[in-house]
Design a protein around this ligand. Structure first.
Ligand code: ADP
Ligand code: MG
Length: 242
């Protein structure tokens, strides 16, 4: 596992929804350059973690630091502008825009690109990176699931994030599509992003992650190398719902 500097430091993070404690005092550190897998049974708080770190939800308590700076209290668009991008478990493209326009708009989110023509050129690069260049003029609704997921990735990458939060991007894909997506996620890391990756597809978790953390009932249950952690009795029982 990478021994580099801590990119994201989350301490004592809690989030409750009207009495439901979705996250309860979670501590997680993510090092620059690593792929961290975030696992746990349904309802264990994985999406909530991503929603809080990306500023879509306000934490009930706890601290979030990115590149040494506090993210507490920053709205989602400021967090996106400071170098963190995320995907949604259910893709959310702009339905009335073309595939290319969807990515072009995303290049302008981080504030790095201002000129619309430049945005289109960069968007084309991200469509090539994700293999969607032939779909540039299609509408998101005309894409299949695999293409919609890759569009979601292209949009996340377009803001040139240092940290990418991926929420179940492989869910529903065929085995061949999963192989493509695993290769793509490797290339995302190679081009310089650190990745936190919520995933149930174990083959992909084993192939990609340097380290995993497992949540259960909103708490951090275990962390370490995937092959070790997944064999621990407490982790197996959590998955069996005991
Ligand atoms: P996971 O992604 O691990 O399946 P979630 O983070 O989506 O789990 O959910 C954790 C818990 O928080 C669940 O009990 C869920 O019902 C609850 N929860 C998540 N989001 C909301 C919300 N917006 N309003 C109310 N409860 C929520
Ligand atoms: Mg989820």
């Amino acid at each position: 596992a990478p021994q580099g500097e801590v990119l994201l430091r989350v301490k004592g993070l809690s989030k409750s929804f009207k009495g439901v404690l979705a996250l309860s005092g979670v501590d997680v550190e993510v090092r620059r350059g690593e792929i961290l897998g975030l696992l746990g049974p349904n309802g264990s708080g994985k999406s909530t973690f991503i929603n809080v770190v990306s500023g879509h939800y306000t934490p009930t308590s706890g601290h979030i630091e990115f590149e040494g700076r506090s993210l507490n209290g920053l709205p989602a668009h400021r967090i996106a502008g400071s170098g963190i991008a995320r995907t949604y478990q259910i893709p959310r493209p702009f339905a009335h825009l073309s595939v290319l326009q969807n990515v072009a708009i995303a290049t302008m989110f981080g504030g790095a690109v201002r000129d619309p023509l430049d945005a289109q050129r960069q968007a084309m690069r991200w469509l090539e990176f994700t293999g969607l260049e032939a779909k540039r003029d299609a509408r998101p609704e005309d894409l299949n699931l695999h293409q919609r997921k890759f569009l979601e990735l292209a949009r996340a990458l377009a803001s040139r994030p240092r940290l990418v939060l991926l929420d179940e991007v492989l869910c529903g894909l065929t085995p061949g599509e999963i192989d493509d997506a695993v290769a793509l996620i490797r290339r995302i890391r190679e081009q310089g992003s650190t990745i936190v990756f919520v995933e149930h597809v174990m083959r992909a978790v084993m192939a990609l992650t340097d380290r995993i953390v497992v949540f259960n009932h909103g708490e951090l249950l275990a962390e370490g190398a995937a092959r070790d952690v997944m064999q621990r009795p407490e982790v197996m029982s959590a998955y069996l719902g005991k």
